[in-house]
Write a protein that binds this ligand. Structure first.
Ligand SMILES: Nc1ncnc2c1ncn2[C@@H]1O[C@H](COP(=O)(O)OP(=O)(O)OP(=O)(O)O)[C@@H](O)[C@H]1O
Length: 252
């Protein structure tokens, strides 16, 4: 499969400050691609430029053969973007919000089937503000799927979730990939990137400093003679926690 996203020499300046300093990368069709980097590295800026939500300073972005400069609307039609929670209508219930979005996209969707995908069928009649943090995250992922996108963008989708909810969201993201969706994700959790991503780009101060599979990056570090200071045990505290509290969703 070929590249579905091509980014070439992308630059973004905010006034005198260059937040993205000429980065180039490709995302392959059907992969889960991770953008990793410390706070302020330029991940969200890069993502929002590709999503057509922020103007770039220079460079080229092509999504599924569509040039961002020529037809941003055509790009919008084939992508799913996880919206900020604050963007939802507080007085509508989940089913009504899905119906509303489906109308905006001019798509016919089965709201209950969509809620099943993210394990929220029981909450169909609840308002968004009545959901827990994990439920809100899952619902926001459900809304990215309404227009049956070829690519979905998830900006730190598991931040603030408990270990059960994180693992279940990982399963959901893998299922979307298995259904043919390309997924671009940003995260600060390296365990998440290692489990989910076929390839990752590490961004630091607006530049890509590494781009490969997690395995290759780890092997390269080991080849350089790297050794952990503390010997690693066969399990960690998260394994203890999950073993004692179970892996099922905790909040409906
Ligand atoms: N609208 C803006 N105006 C001015 N500077 C901005 C603007 N948006 C982002 N920046 C700056 O650009 C840099 C990159 O920000 P960006 O949000 O892309 O980083 P990030 O990698 O997503 O960080 P985080 O992990 O904290 O979300 C930061 O130094 C930030 O302060």
């Amino acid at each position: 499969m070929g590249a579905i996203i091509q980014v070439k020499d992308l630059v973004k300046s905010y006034g005198d400050f260059e937040a993205v300093k000429g980065i180039s990368f490709e995302v392959m069709e059907g992969e889960i691609f991770g953008l990793l980097g410390p706070n302020g590295a330029g991940k969200t800026t890069t993502l929002e430029i590709i999503e057509t939500l922020r103007a770039k300073t220079s460079g080229e972005v092509i999504v599924d053969g569509i040039n961002l400069d020529k037809d941003p609307q055509a790009i919008k039609n084939i992508i799913g973007v996880q919206l900020q929670a604050a963007g939802y209508y507080p007085s509508l219930n989940l089913k009504q919000i899905i119906d509303l979005f489906a109308g905006l996209y001019n798509r016919s969707v089965n709201p209950m089937a969509l809620l099943d995908t993210v394990n929220l069928r029981d909450k169909a009649k609840s308002n968004f503000k009545e959901l827990s943090g994990g439920q809100k995250q899952r619902f926001s992922i459900a809304t990215t799927l309404i227009n049956e996108p070829k690519i979905i963008f998830l900006d730190e989708p598991t931040t603030g979730l408990d270990p059960q909810a994180r693992r279940n969201l990982w399963d959901l993201i893998k299922q979307l990939r298995d259904r043919g969706c390309t997924v671009v994700i940003t995260t600060h959790y390296m365990d998440e990137a290692e489990v989910l991503c076929e390839r990752v780009a590490i961004i630091d101060s607006g530049k890509i400093i590494a781009l490969s599979t997690p395995n290759e990056l780890i092997d390269k570090l080991l080849d350089s003679g790297f050794k952990r200071e503390k010997e690693v045990k066969g399990a960690n505290l998260e394994d203890v926690f999950l073993n004692m509290t179970g892996k099922e969703w905790r909040e409906g």
